[in-house]
Design a protein around this ligand. Structure first.
Ligand code: ADP
Ligand code: MG
Length: 623
């Protein structure tokens, strides 16, 4: 075929495809416009999963009558004046593409009245062409209705998922924005049923309760930190300016420019998910998908969560607009940072600190035992031993947003301060109080008494943690002590495992092993890290290669940490091993000294706590 210019129609549909992928993209663009217009109330109405109708009504500044037509032209925006502005974008929109794109693949109607105008405008467009433009009486603000999305692009229509799937995308989006903009009142309806609502009171925890449920919202830990990015090598500190006043001024300017605010809410390790969907990141008020920032969050939870488990996190990052490039992709969901490491570290440090200082020891859930014989027969008749046996609290809201919607009425009926930040239970510091060991039960758990009740410690998990931290400490100081075996031990593994072991050998030798190939699939172990004590050398080596799952971690330090965790697991005392009282006491004493005594390196809890208060409830001494 010869080269020719695409028709206007085809070109605009291609461009539209970049912005409008699905109904949720329409909602996103319209909600962002409403936020940019300074709206305090945003109502999103959806019918037929967004194929039939998406309507967003706001009470923002409105569009002046003289500009309404222009608003639908491609690259028409009121948010940028010059190319320079592109490097300090303060609004969510700036490309002037959304309305044009949406209009070209649907039937749009607009009703708007600008703040200082007496009459409003009504406009209709069909596949991008204006079919009606008239004056009309209207309240201040803007209502944009998008009907029959993709009616003129059947191919696109075919790619849409089920109505349920589209609805859950839309509700996830509206809920995220409601969390990030707690002063704006959001309302979302699906086919005339309210699916989500926020009050606009400014209380984020209240919005979180509407999104995730009251119980989860109560457990989330609030974070708020101004992180000062350390100056790079060439810094104002070695500024050669002679005038000390000027030098100080520059340093202050530097500090202001390089402060990254990290705020939001994070889950304690005990509250976790099987996927990353509930890790939400906002950068300067914009919801972004960013793998590296996500990695910073996961790094902060490292060893506190089991492999394959993810936290529930909402983080709002605020930094000078000129340090973020938002003009990366038409959907604006990707950003670039002038200083990526700064943003990474700001998140990682803030979250880690909050976790180590404030994440609670899992509590025994006080549950009243009744003497109903029916219940006695049911499997429920057993004390609910808190964390160990308890599945995670499911999050019905996001998966099936409509049916399981937690209506605002239910949160309104809570005791008045149930959602207030003070309602968060007084969390014990992370470190474990000094404990008095009472004894061992089931050859698996150590019973200990603390100032505030009873602690049950999982001996295996606790020992894993103790070994792991001892190991990490030595590693950090680059002083891993290894112990030569009296006689080298030959270990034979499967050929597949041999390849793996070969590839991990260097790392293993880094962490105190001394292993060398001995022909075929056999390896010779000459020494082991001393921390492991009297572990069987061949099983310590085998554990490294047994069911080693491939995963996305590529960082050398992470592989090392993972190997150390595995080896510690193998070396730790097992459930079923009877321990002498002195051994129990020694284990507990060493656990008390750990930095993260509450979980094993794989994220399982090492202990559960039964407070005196909970005991009193159980015995009916208290209401
Ligand atoms: P952008 O948001 O990138 O500027 P859009 O195509 O989304 O581009 O919108 C074009 C223009 O229409 C905006 O710059 C704004 O001036 C106006 N506009 C769109 N939606 C609204 C709204 N809800 N309230 C007020 N003005 C709006
Ligand atoms: Mg826009």
């Amino acid at each position: 075929m010869p080269i020719r210019l695409l028709s206007e129609e085809v070109a605009s549909q291609i461009a539209a495809g970049e912005v409008v992928e699905r109904p949720a993209s329409v909602v996103k663009e319209l909600v962002e416009n409403a936020l940019d217009a300074g709206a305090r109330n945003i109502t999103v109405t959806v019918e037929g999963g967004g194929r039939n109708l998406v309507r967003v009504a706001d009470d923002g500044c409105g569009i002046p009558a003289g500009e309404a037509e222009l608003a639908f032209a491609r690259h028409a925006t009121s948010k940028l004046a010059s190319a320079d502005d592109l490097y300090r974008v303060q609004t969510l929109g700036f490309r002037g593409e959304a309305l044009a794109s949406i209009a070209s693949v649907s039937r749009v109607s607009l009703i708007t009245r600008a703040t200082d105008e007496a009459v409003g405008t009504q406009m209709r467009l069909e596949a991008g062409t204006i079919t009606q433009n008239a004056s009309i009486g209207a309240p201040q603000g803007t209502v944009i209705s998008v009907e029959n999305l993709f009616f003129n692009t059947p191919a696109r229509l075919k790619f849409l998922k089920s109505e349920t799937a589209e609805r859950s995308h839309i509700s996830a989006l509206v809920q995220r924005y409601a969390i990030a903009y707690p002063l704006v009142r959001f309302k979302l309806t699906f086919d005339n049923r309210t699916a989500f609502q926020s009050s606009g009171s400014g209380d984020v925890r209240e919005v979180l309760a509407a999104v995730y449920g009251v119980e989860i919202a109560r457990q989330l830990i609030e974070i708020n930190n101004d992180y000062n990015v350390p100056p790079p090598a060439q810094s104002p500190a070695d500024d050669d300016e002679d005038d000390p006043l000027l030098r100080e001024k520059r340093a202050t300017q530097y500090a202001i420019r390089n402060t990254i605010r990290v705020s939001g809410f994070i889950s304690p390790p005990s509250l976790n998910r099987s996927n990353r969907k509930d890790i939400t990141l906002f950068v300067n008020g914009r919801w972004v998908q960013d793998a590296r920032l996500m990695a910073a969050v996961l790094q902060a939870y490292h060893t506190m969560l089991m492999v394959g488990r993810f936290p529930l996190v909402v983080i709002l990052l605020t930094l000078p607009p000129e340090d973020v490039d938002v003009n990366v992709h038409p959907t604006k969901a990707e950003v670039r940072f002038r200083n990526y490491d700064g943003a990474f570290t700001a998140i990682e440090r803030t979250v880690r600190k909050a976790l180590t200082e404030r994440a609670p020891v899992p509590h025994f859930e006080a549950r009243r035992w009744t003497f109903d014989p029916e219940e006695r027969r049911s499997p429920q008749w057993s004390p609910d031993w808190g964390m160990l046996a308890k599945p995670e609290i499911p999050n019905p809201n996001l998966q099936t947003p409509i049916t399981n919607y937690q209506s605002p009425a239910s949160s309104a009926s809570l005791p008045p301060n149930a959602l207030a930040p003070t309602a968060q239970p007084e969390l014990p510091a992370t470190d474990v109080p000094l404990l008095r060991v009472i004894g061992q039960i089931g050859a698996a758990y150590i019973v200990a008494e603390g100032p505030d009740g009873l602690y049950l410690i999982d001996q295996h998990a606790a020992h894993e943690r103790v070994l792991y931290e001892a190991f990490s400490l030595q590693r950090a100081a680059a002083q891993i002590v290894s112990q030569a075996l009296l006689e080298p031990v030959a270990v034979e593994v499967t050929p597949a495992a041999a390849a793996l072991l070969q590839s991990q050998m260097e790392t293993l030798n880094h962490i105190g092993f001394s292993i060398e190939p001995f022909g075929g699939s056999t390896f010779l172990v000459r020494s082991l890290p001393t921390v492991l004590g009297s572990v069987d050398p061949s099983s310590a080596v085998r554990v490294v290669v047994e069911d080693f799952e491939e995963d996305e971690t590529v960082l050398e330090t992470e592989i090392e940490a993972r190997l150390m965790a595995r080896v510690c697991k193998r070396a730790a005392v097992k459930a079923g091993q009877v321990l002498a009282l002195v051994e129990q006491a020694e284990l507990v004493r060493r656990l008390e000294q750990c930095v993260n005594p509450r979980t094993c390196p794989h994220g399982r809890p090492t202990m559960i706590h039964l407070s005196v208060e909970a005991l009193e409830k159980q015995f009916g001494r208290r209401g």
